[in-house]
Design a protein around this ligand. Structure first.
Ligand SMILES: Nc1ncnc2c1ncn2[C@@H]1O[C@H](COP(=O)(O)OP(=O)(O)O)[C@@H](O)[C@H]1O
Ligand SMILES: [Ca+2]
Length: 491
């Protein structure tokens, strides 16, 4: 007679069914009880008042995880129409008014119930540094107007101020490394290269820099339990717009009526006003004596010669340290990967030169070819690009290559360590995120305690243990199995 399968007896079936129900119930309770609560978000707003324009950024992060890392994201950015706030020195109220469109938009984007808890910061960079140095009462008036305008919004306004060059460099470095998740994980950090219109920053960690040589360039942090000695320097007047002024000033020292400029395209002709050109503290002390009102700016489109003219704005004759970049500023040996953003990216992206695996020589050749392109032809090829930008890409590209290779000392070997970036994981590379993380204390000095298990791990372990218990239970009933399988005896 065939033995009946013991698993098919009523008792084992009942035990199994109850067991399965128990497991399902246990796992359901575990899942529901430990389910992450519905996400609530917090917000922060930073206005980047740059020399050329102002931009507004909204950041968002899960409300319970202020201290956790990598979770702050940029959700919105708005470019303010018009020039930077430093250009409103003679009409300060307009500086405040200019912000209103982006601020209204921010009011729509941040949920109403969060408005009053949302910090709002305005940080101004080199344009306001220059205005403040030449006319501090004018810069005070601009700030007053801007503050009055921002206070009218329902956010928690935390003030408007000028960032020091050091802060601008260091916060750019924090942004890049935070978004890359390098800080929390204690990984090798990435240097930050920021090119603005009126200043440029270089920031990196180097093994041969502990801050003792040229302490002014040192910023030390303790972040997530790791110590960092950052080298940073901001070169005022060496943003690309002021650098262009200095390069033009270099070529108009004798006050000529015409200059042939190798950094502009053949066929480019523009009348420029001497007073306008020299109206900046970066060049005002070099204004020629009794020049004509205007000069004719003619392009010749020669990259090699352009590089020679650009080099002349960097003074590398004196250095009281072991080594310098230029103008007597200490710079340690370059080390590690670098992210180059802001105008570095805009310019190199336009020129199709963001790929740094292209050998430097080939990059120079391409740029040489671009600079030699006739102005009329370029205008036809790029009808939508702003003429001011279009006319200056040859100069800007040459300036960038000269700065990187002749001044900071990037070579063919380490040029590929540079990545030209606009954003990382959807957030723009720039100083604003680092600034906000710092002011909201969102990067802890010590590593945060993490929960022993993530939610999914917890649920999996409960499920596995429950199944094991059931199997053990069924196995423990083994002595009863023969009983269950006995067929009723017919006497
Ligand atoms: N699409 C673009 N093409 C070329 N240059 C650009 C573009 N967008 C912005 N820029 C330039 O990037 C620079 C940004 O500098 P900005 O942040 O305003 O100044 P700073 O940081 O010195 O205060 C300016 O020189 C501006 O002209
Ligand atoms: Ca900037």
């Amino acid at each position: 007679m065939k033995e009946k399968n013991p698993w098919h007896t009523p008792v084992t079936i009942i035990i199994t069914v109850i067991g399965v129900i128990a497991i399902v119930a246990l796992v359901t309770v575990a899942v529901l009880q430990n389910r992450p609560l519905p996400q609530k978000y917090k917000y922060g707003i930073v206005l980047d008042a740059g020399s050329s324009h102002t931009a507004l950024y909204i950041y968002e992060w899960p409300a319970e995880k202020d201290n956790n890392t990598g979770r702050v994201e940029q959700t919105y950015s708005c470019k303010v129409k018009g020039p930077g706030i430093s250009s409103y020195a003679s009409a300060p109220l307009k500086a405040g008014e200019s912000l209103s469109v982006c601020m209204q938009e921010a009011k729509q984007r941040v949920p109403g119930r969060r408005h009053s808890q949302t910090p709002l910061y305005l940080g101004a960079t080199a344009g306001m540094r220059l205005l403040n140095s030449e006319n501090s009462s004018a810069s005070d008036k601009v700030f007053q107007a801007v503050e009055e305008a921002l206070q009218k919004f329902p956010f928690s306004f935390q003030g408007a101020r000028i960032l020091s060059g050091q802060e601008e460099g260091a916060f750019g470095w924090i942004t890049v490394n935070y978004l890359d998740d390098r800080l929390k994980q204690g990984l090798e950090t990435k240097g930050a290269l920021d090119l603005g219109g009126a200043s440029t920053q270089i920031s990196f960690v180097s093994d041969n820099y502990d801050g003792s040589e040229s302490p002014d360039n040192a910023v030390t942090f303790r972040l997530y339990g790791n110590d960092y000695n950052l080298y940073t320097h901001s070169f005022l007047c060496y943003g690309k717009d002021q650098a262009l002024r200095m390069t033009l000033a270099q070529q108009t020292q004798s006050g000529p009526g015409t200059i042939n400029d190798p950094c502009f395209h053949p066929g480019y002709t523009e009348s420029r006003n001497y007073s306008v050109l020299y109206d900046s503290p970066c060049v005002s002390d070099r204004k020629p004596q009794g020049p004509p009102a205007n000069f004719t700016h003619i392009g010749t489109g020669d990259f090699q010669q352009c590089q020679e003219v650009v080099k002349r704005i960097f003074n590398s004759t004196h250095c009281k340290y072991s080594q310098c970049s230029f103008n007597g500023v200490f710079q340690p040996l370059l080390q590690g990967p670098f992210g180059a953003f802001s105008a570095y990216y805009f310019v190199m992206n336009f020129l199709n030169l963001t790929d740094t695996s292209i050998p430097l020589e080939a990059v120079r050749e391409k740029l040489g070819h671009y600079c030699a392109t006739p102005w009329n032809q370029l205008k036809q090829q790029h009808p939508k690009v702003k003429l001011k930008y279009l006319s200056e890409y040859c100069f800007s590209g040459t300036y960038i290559l000269t700065l990187l290779t002749e001044v900071y000392n990037f070579t063919s070997e380490n040029y590929p360590n540079i990545k030209f970036i606009r954003e990382i994981k959807g957030s723009d590379a720039g100083w604003t995120l680092g600034y906000m993380l710092n002011l909201t204390n969102m990067i802890p000095a010590e590593a945060p305690d993490s929960p022993p298990l993530p939610h999914a791990g917890y649920v999996s372990i409960v499920t596995v243990i429950a199944i094991l218990l059931l199997v053990l239970f069924i196995l423990s009933l083994r002595p009863l199995w023969p009983l269950c399988s006995k067929r009723p005896q017919i006497v």
